[in-house]
Design a protein around this ligand. Structure first.
Ligand SMILES: NC(=O)c1ccc[n+]([C@@H]2O[C@H](COP(=O)([O-])OP(=O)(O)OC[C@H]3O[C@@H](n4cnc5c(N)ncnc54)[C@H](O)[C@@H]3O)[C@@H](O)[C@H]2O)c1
Length: 246
């Protein structure tokens, strides 16, 4: 028996990296997974491999969220889990960030999670409750030189999560809302933005002495999405190899 048997789930940014691992883990736990992303070919290939649903989406666009949630309701009549995973970052000092680049990062990393919750919560409520997992980062709890925009967006995700968790609890919706905070993970985005030397320097900052595998983060998301975490809401789950324990 799977931990997510019969659950209808949306996972954003599911074409590759951590999101792809979450889609795979959810599939293995018995969920129906609506996988969304901008990368059409990779998204369709993975969804076809898993026998799950692919849905093209830019999480920063509100109309797209309305269409996605309406489609899920029409197809399945319910929504049990939302994983707001899509996000990105770059290395740039605050004095070197163009305002347009700052705004696009915030639009994806923060607006995308706000819009996802805004439009998913009413359907989850009509479904009798559910779970939302927002992908923050260890940089949503501690600062880092060179990633000011990313830290600001992920810190925003941390607090957005707590505020929405309280709203959902107070309204008696049966919806739990938590954030997960990975350390560095071996994903395409890390391979694209950090060379081997930079990755080695980061590796030794993790007390466990390595970067994470995407599936190690996905297992934490399964936990938060499942009944195993039934008394958790507004919480931050660190999956960072001890990075923030120092
Ligand atoms: N890799 C890490 O070390 C790490 C650490 C902590 C947190 N995170 C967070 O985990 C999440 C996934 O990161 P990853 O490393 O797997 O990145 P990735 O780039 O490998 O995968 C991210 C996916 O999100 C998609 N995406 C990006 N913008 C989108 C948008 N506007 N609409 C829809 N889809 C979009 C991309 O196309 C991609 O498929 C991000 O929120 C990231 O900030 C990553």
């Amino acid at each position: 028996m799977g931990k997510l048997d019969g659950k209808v789930c949306i996972v954003t940014g599911a074409a590759r990296g951590i999101g792809a691992a979450i889609a795979r883990a959810f599939h293995e736990e018995g969920a129906t997974v609506v996988m969304t992303d901008l990368l059409e070919d990779q998204l369709h290939a993975l969804a076809a491999e898993l026998g799950q649903i692919a849905h093209l989406q830019d999480v920063a666009h509100e109309a797209g969220w309305q269409a996605l949630v309406a489609q899920v309701e029409a197809d399945f009549g319910r929504l049990d889990v939302l994983v707001n995973n899509a996000g990105f970052g770059w290395l740039r000092k605050v004095t070197q960030i163009a305002l347009a680049d700052w705004r696009r990062l915030m639009a994806v990393n923060l607006d995308g999670m706000f819009l996802g919750m805004k439009h998913a919560i009413p359907l989850m409520e009509r479904s009798g409750g559910g779970a939302i997992v927002n992908m923050s980062s260890m940089y949503g709890t501690v600062g880092n030189s060179g990633t000011a925009a990313y830290c600001a967006s992920k810190g925003g995700v941390t607090m957005l999560t707590k505020a929405v968790a309280l709203e959902c609890a107070e309204a008696g919706t049966g919806i739990r809302v938590n954030s997960i905070h990975p350390g560095y993970v071996r994903t395409p985005s890390v391979a694209e933005t950090l060379n081997d030397e930079q990755q080695e320097a980061l590796r030794i900052l993790h007390p466990l002495g390595r970067l994470a595998d995407p599936m190690e983060i996905a297992r934490g998301v399964v936990f938060l999405a499942s009944a195993d975490a039934s008394f958790m809401t507004g919480a931050e789950l660190a999956v960072d190899g001890g990075f923030t324990a120092r």
